[in-house]
Design a protein around this ligand. Sequence first.
Ligand SMILES: C[C@H](OP(=O)(O)OC[C@@H](O)[C@@H](O)[C@@H](O)Cn1c2nc(=O)[nH]c(=O)c-2cc2ccc(O)cc21)C(=O)N[C@@H](CCC(=O)N[C@@H](CCC(=O)O)C(=O)O)C(=O)O
Length: 144
Amino acid sequence: MPLTGEYAPSTSKRSRDQAELIESSGGTEGTTLGGRPVILLTTVGAKSGKLRKTPLMRVEHDGDYAVIASMGGAARNPVWYYNVRANPHVELQDGPQKWDMRAREVTGEEKALWWDRAVQAYPPYATYQKRTKRDIPVFVLERM
Ligand SMILES: C[C@H](OP(=O)(O)OC[C@@H](O)[C@@H](O)[C@@H](O)Cn1c2nc(=O)[nH]c(=O)c-2cc2ccc(O)cc21)C(=O)N[C@@H](CCC(=O)N[C@@H](CCC(=O)O)C(=O)O)C(=O)O
């Protein structure tokens, strides 16, 4: 059952512009960053209940995805992290395809496995983790 609600644009122009380009082009434009694939994650705002759309690097394995709350290695988690914690039913758009997914935060060996996949997909993640004491969270998204 797709997420419904009022869209509330990101306060980050870069993210807002990329999210809106991905959506308006039906997933044919705006789907890379530095030549690496980007997906669009739709979450339900933990406070507003509005739909938030966040471009993130694509990390995929056998039809499952991971999203990495890296925020460039900042000291704090991105806000969308708290949305997913509060509402694990998210929507993932990968190119023209969209799925309802259920997100769960992973730890331990499962997180290490997905972290390796993430760094392979987007090597700067390794730099971001070195940049912060924060343990960068990883959610695995599985089809509902
Ligand atoms: C800027 C801020 O966004 P954020 O959710 O903190 O996310 C920050 C970044 O992660 C986000 O901009 C990402 O898109 C940046 N980003 C990546 N960020 C990552 O963390 N990981 C990535 O892999 C990644 C890749 C990427 C690729 C392309 C691109 O253009 C951007 C990319 C924002 O929109 N804040 C809103 C609030 C949004 C929100 O969700 N509000 C909640 C309240 C939540 C609460 O307060 O608890 C609500 O509506 O209820 C605001 O301040 O009004």
